[in-house]
Design a binder for this molecule. Structure first.
Ligand SMILES: CC(=O)[C@@H](O)[C@H](O)COP(=O)(O)O
Ligand SMILES: NCC(=O)COP(=O)(O)O
Length: 260
C-alpha cells in the first residue's frame, strides 16, 4: 500500500512495546509482535517503532530482527528503533544492518537502564560532545537519526550541530496539560520548538502519551510534524476496540459444542 510522503502528511508509526509487555507474561508467544505489526501495516500505519530496553522487559533483540524481516516485505514503510546509543542501541542497529534488514530511523533517547519510561530529552550543551560521534556512527548505518528532545526552542541549533536529521519532541508534558488551563501555553512551547527545529533544517517527530483525544489538537497547533510514534494509548485502544469481537468469537466456540 502506498502512503503520502512525509512532507505532505504526518506519518503514524505504531510502537509495539506494549504488545511485547503482554506477550512476555507467558511463554506462548502471544500476542505476536509480528502479527500485531502486520495488522497495523495492513491498516495503513506508515511505520513500526520499538524501544528495546537493555532489560528486555518488552521488546527483545530477537523481535527487532523478526520485525526487520517482516518490514523487508513492506518497502514503503519505516522501521524506527528507539533507545540509548550509550547502552544497547548501536550494537543492535549495526547487527540489523549487517543482516541486510531495513532500518530507516534511530531515535536516540537518554533513558537510564531500567528507567520506568522515557521522561526527558537530551540536554545541551551537556550531551553535545558525546552525541556527535555516536550520531555520525549511526548515520553510517544509513539510518536517519532523531534526538528525543524536550520542547526547548533554544536547544534546536545544538541538536542540529551534533548532526541529527530530526528531533522527536517529548510530548508527555503536552499530553498532561490537555484539557487544562496549561494547554495553550504548552502548545505554544511545542510550536516554538518545532519552528526552531525547522529553521535550522531539522525534521520534527513527536511522541509519548499521544492519544485519540489529544493528537488532532497537537497536530493542528504544531505544524510540519513528520511522524508521530504512538504506543501505549493505541495498544490500549486496540484492546478495547477488539473486546466485543473477541467475546463473540469465544461464545461461538462454546456454542459449537452443541453442533454436530
Ligand atoms: C521514547 C519514548 O517516547 C517512549 O515513549 C518510549 O518508547 C516508551 O517506552 P516504554 O514503552 O518502555 O514506556
Ligand atoms: N516515541 C514515543 C513512542 O514510541 C510511543 O510512546 P507512547 O505512546 O507509548 O507513550
Amino acid at each position: 500500500m502506498s502512503h503520502s510522503p512525509l512532507s505532505e502528511t504526518t506519518a503514524l508509526s505504531v510502537n509495539l512495546n506494549k504488545v511485547a509487555t503482554l506477550r512476555n507474561t507467558r511463554h506462548l508467544g502471544i500476542p505476536s509482535i509480528i502479527r500485531a505489526a502486520e495488522l497495523c501495516l495492513k491498516a495503513g500505519a506508515q511505520g513500526i517503532t520499538v524501544h528495546p530496553r537493555p532489560d528486555e522487559r518488552h521488546i527483545r533483540g530477537q523481535d527487532v530482527f523478526e520485525l526487520g524481516r517482516l518490514l523487508k516485505d513492506w518497502p514503503d514503510r519505516e522501521f524506527n528503533i528507539e533507545g540509548n546509543p550509550f547502552h544497547n542501541l548501536m550494537e543492535l542497529a549495526i547487527a540489523v544492518k549487517e543482516a541486510g534488514l531495513p532500518l530507516h530511523q534511530l531515535t536516540f533517547v537518554p533513558d537510564s537502564e531500567g528507567q520506568f519510561t522515557s521522561d526527558h530529552g537530551w540536554l545541551f550543551p551537556a550531551d553535545a560532545s558525546r552525541l556527535g560521534a555516536v550520531v555520525a556512527k549511526a548515520r553510517g548505518t544509513g539510518a536517519r537519526v532523531s534526538l528525543f528532545m524536550d520542547p526547548d526552542a533554544g536547544a534546536m541549533p545544538a541538536a542540529k550541530a551534533v548532526g541529527a536529521d530530526r528531533v522527536e519532541l517529548y510530548t508527555e508534558p503536552f499530553a498532561a496539560s490537555w484539557g487544562s488551563s496549561e494547554q495553550a501555553a504548552q502548545l505554544a512551547r511545542y510550536r516554538a520548538a518545532a519552528d526552531a527545529a525547522h529553521a535550522v533544517g531539522l525534521g520534527v517527530n513527536a511522541g509519548h502519551d499521544l492519544n485519540r483525544d489529544n493528537l488532532t489538537g497537537f497536530l493542528r497547533e504544531v505544524p510540519g510534524v513528520n511522524e508521530v510514534s504512538i504506543g501505549h494509548a493505541l495498544i490500549a485502544d486496540a484492546l478495547e476496540l477488539g473486546y466485543a469481537a473477541a467475546v463473540v468469537d469465544y461464545l461461538r466456540c462454546i456454542q459449537r459444542v452443541r453442533q454436530p
